[in-house]
Design a protein around this ligand. Sequence first.
Ligand SMILES: Cc1cc2nc3c(=O)[nH]c(=O)nc-3n(C[C@H](O)[C@H](O)[C@H](O)COP(=O)(O)O)c2cc1C
Ligand SMILES: O=C(O)C(=O)c1ccccc1
Length: 380
Amino acid sequence: MSNAKNNDLLLGNIDNHTKYPIDFNELEQEAREALEPGPFGYIRSSAGGEETYNKNISSFSKYSIVPRFLTDVSSLNTEVTILGHTYPHPLFIAPVGVNKIAHDDGEIAVAKAAAKYNFPYIQSTVSSYSIEEIAAATPGSSKWFQLYWSSNKEIAFSMARRVEAAGYEAIVLTVDTVMLGWREEDIRNQFSPLKRGYGQGNYATDPVFMAALTEQSQEAIVDSILENIYHPTLNWNDITELRNHTSLPILIKGILHPDDAKLAIEKGIDGIIVSNHGGRQLDGVIASIDALSGIVEAVNGSIPVLFDSGVRRGSDAVKALALGATAVCIGRPFVWGLAAGGQKGVERVLENFLQETKVSISLAGVRNMEEIGNMLVIKG
Ligand SMILES: Cc1cc2nc3c(=O)[nH]c(=O)nc-3n(C[C@H](O)[C@H](O)[C@H](O)COP(=O)(O)O)c2cc1C
Ligand SMILES: O=C(O)C(=O)c1ccccc1
């Protein structure tokens, strides 16, 4: 619960804080200055002509909040319960790999900032730090694990066992990246983080992955990651197998079609993340926010529906929540915070998101996360 009287968010920011970019574009500019073109371009860009990337962002402005007044918004409860865990607010950290290309402290800095602001942290398979290192750096905080399937599926099962042992609360299987999208900026910059040896934290510590190597060299590790991480044969039978290898809840990330959402429910999946991977996979696909309502309708409350792609500020998150998302994941904004200022930079991004989200919910006349689904959002 937060009390509006003790929590005059805007004035608190004007009085207390040192100057720091708040707006996404200013933050991106600061990151551009801090990074080499290869890493900066890898994070910023998306697939093809970046149609979907641009649409993800611009489509939010097609939706307008119609607020209610005189509802006594002096206290706000943003708690949400998802798959048996109660989280203080419906904002998560999206899984983003290879964080060391943005800052040397990488995922440790992000996970610590997330723990400080109570954002559940979804760790990517292709992290620079391992499952166990992140767990040790952030004891007691909520963590989920994003799994990239491996062509040698015993590696995927091994990672699933490790996250369960390390106390993670759920596994998010990403299904839209069975091969990498057509990313022209990376071709232009000749930049592949995996080829340069980033993102090995979970592979180089995995007993099944390491045992399968023919030789124990850096080249062999890179080659084997590349052979395993692209897995175009992935299909629903693999999901059933994963189900038999973990007792953790499984969510599928990358759902855009209502029929895939229905199939996920039929196959016993515990939740989905509506996402187009920030426009980084197939260019020309529907903006994530435009896909949300149809999927929420298809799911009809039977499993949680998380959301990402294009969320740039608190009011975007509020629109997604009002359209039926159970929680919203923040992507590129925190990566720019990391590039601009390490853990501190991420903290400022999360703090701003949280504060704007809370102010926006209250100003729309809503007091808790049950009411937010009734918030009126219209196209126009
Ligand atoms: C640099 C970068 C790396 C990413 N790595 C992963 C990843 O390892 N696994 C995954 O499921 N999604 C990954 N994503 C996608 C994010 O989880 C998320 O879907 C996307 O960033 C949302 O779009 P937005 O950042 O424009 O809001 C990555 C995104 C970026 C920008
Ligand atoms: O770049 C990405 O979007 C992504 O998901 C990824 C895939 C492999 C390695 C690093 C990141």
